[in-house]
Design a protein around this ligand. Structure first.
Ligand code: NAD
Length: 501
């Protein structure tokens, strides 16, 4: 299968004629399909289309724009199982996690669609007086660049608010997960959007990112990805004073006090530490333990890690799938080796572990041979599998404490007081998410006020979020208006002050 770009309502190959493959990370060397390796010229054509469609789309009544988005959401609901399989096949996460990702996109998309009329009603004639008012106006063409870890949810969280507020979109999916992005484009096409309102161009960020970010007709860039690329994008966007919404990396801390419900705290560490193989931006990666509970907590945590089934995400029995690809596999294992060399104690996981060879599958995900035969560990790693990994005895000077690993690796540190825990939690250039487990209201309050993070959770894991709440980080975890809540819409509008005499 070869998939084209979607530009101006048509499916077309890249001008350059090159394509790239999409590997299923559970099966090393596999190729699910081919996608366009687009060029800057392809991006320019997509921006031409989006700019051309903008004047009519911005004048389209809100109810009509909302109708298109609701039609898209209905199509998404109908195809959720097909899409969940695609997400698992190209990203590796378990099928349960992929279903949850689709559900989350539906909830967030409905939230924005339900919110958009009230959002506009709060502006425009009459909102303040008949002679003086502020009105929202769409900014123009929005560039959307998404990561591979939530290949369809993040895309929706950005694209739907942009469309609802009257902008047109050029979307670039992550190179590791182009299929989910192209599948979303097919649904938006079926939802009847006028040609050019939504465009999808696949390819490497290093090859086409610059053309998208620096095109003067692109007035907003919403990006989710690494801090390094986010910083580059902000610098490039500054050339045209293009606004940016940057959702970036994290090194999220879970603090567990001695008065906490330990079973629930362990559950939070496992859920947010190992879901999506530790590749949530809000994954727990540092676990800070009050000294009196270190031993019982770690015993429970290690027992949970050892029980987890790691394997092909398409199997309903799998607890954790592979990491997303060869780069991630190499980098995570290098970080594990570094942590060992730095003197941290490996108490769960085995970087040399080999998963049983998965059942061969067709690109559709169907098994190619009857299942049921015993499968044995392969001498060579069959996919990019890493077992849940825990290091204790971590100190702030170690790389594992400071650097985002973005894999199933927990770094455990100890502390003696809530003040010390907060200071440890804040000892990071990142500030995305955080959590505390405690039964003391005072301790919870001290943590909420003291922690430097965009998300503060009490007795809830670091990955929890709701669509009505802002989603974004502080420090090097993000910049610009957060996604979700009303700011998810606000990012895509300008304010015009109107005076009538
Ligand atoms: P990445 O920065 O490598 O890539 C993100 C996207 O940017 C991809 O589509 C990629 O193709 C594109 N890109 C790469 N180079 C580019 C360039 N020069 N110009 C324009 N676009 C370019 O990140 P990733 O590996 O896909 O995602 C993992 C990172 O994303 C982690 O750091 C994670 O914490 C972060 N993340 C953050 C959030 C959040 O909401 N804060 C959510 C998910 C992931």
């Amino acid at each position: 299968m070869t998939f084209d770009n979607f530009v101006c309502g048509q499916w077309r190959p890249s001008r350059g004629g090159a394509t790239f493959g999409d590997e299923n990370p559970a099966i090393r060397g596999s190729n699910l399909a081919a996608f366009q390796s687009s060029t800057p010229e392809d991006v320019r054509e997509a921006v031409d289309a989006a700019a051309g469609a903008f004047p009519a789309w911005r004048r389209t009544p809100i109810t009509e724009r909302k109708h298109h988005v609701e039609t898209f959401l209905a199509l998404l609901r109908d195809s959720r199982e097909e899409l969940a399989r695609i997400v698992t096949l190209e990203n590796g996460k378990t099928i349960k996690e992929s279903r949850a990702e689709v559900e989350s996109a539906l909830v967030e998309g409905s939230h924005h669609a339900n919110q958009v009329e009230a959002f506009f009603q709060a502006s425009g004639p009459g909102a303040f007086s008949d002679r003086t008012w502020m009105q929202y106006e769409p900014v123009g063409v929005a560039g959307i660049i998404s990561p591979w870890n939530f290949p369809m949810n993040v895309m929706c969280r950005k694209t739907l608010p942009a469309l609802l507020t009257g902008n047109t979109v050029v979307f670039k999916p992550a190179t590791f997960t182009p299929w989910s992005g192209v599948f979303m484009a097919t649904l938006l096409e079926k939802a009847g959007l006028p040609p050019g309102v939504f465009n999808c161009v696949t390819g490497a960020g290093s090859a086409i990112g610059h053309a998208l970010v620096t095109d003067p007709r692109v007035r907003a860039i919403s990006f989710t990805g690494s801090t390094a690329v986010g910083r580059q994008i902000q610098q490039q966007a500054a050339e045209n004073l293009t606004r940016t919404q940057l959702e970036l990396g994290g090194k999220n801390a879970l603090i567990v006090m001695e008065d906490a419900d330990l079973a629930r705290a362990v559950d939070a560490a496992v859920t947010a530490g190992f879901s999506n193989a530790g590749q949530w931006c809000t994954s727990t990666s540092r676990v800070l333990l009050h000294r009196p509970i270190v031993r019982p907590f770690l015993e429970m945590l290690v027992a949970r890690c050892e029980k987890m089934t790691v394997g092909d995400g398409l199997s309903e029995a799998t607890d954790m799938g592979p990491v997303a690809g060869p780069t991630q596999y190499r980098d995570i294992r290098a970080a594990i080796r570094q942590a060992k060399a730095d003197g941290a104690r490996l108490i769960a996981g085995d970087p040399e572990w080999r998963a049983p060879s998965p059942e061969p599958r067709a690109p559709s995900g169907e098994p190619r041979v009857p299942s049921g035969e015993p499968r044995v560990p392969s001498p060579e790693p069959m996919g990019y599998f890493i077992r849940p990994t825990v290091f204790s005895g971590v100190t702030p000077d170690m790389a594992i404490f400071r650097e985002e690993i973005f894999g199933p690796v927990l770094a455990v540190c100890e502390f003696s007081s809530i003040e010390e825990a907060i200071a440890l939690g804040n000892r990071s250039m990142y500030g995305l998410s955080s959590a505390i487990f405690t039964t003391s209201r005072d301790t919870a309050r001290t943590y909420i006020d003291g922690i430097e993070a965009g998300l503060a959770h009490v007795n809830v894991h670091t990955g929890y979020k709701e669509p009505a709440m802002p989603f974004g980080g502080v420090k090097l975890s993000g910049a610009g208006l957060p996604e979700n809540s009303e700011t998810g819409l606000e990012f895509f509008v300008d304010r015009k002050a109107v005076y009538v005499r």
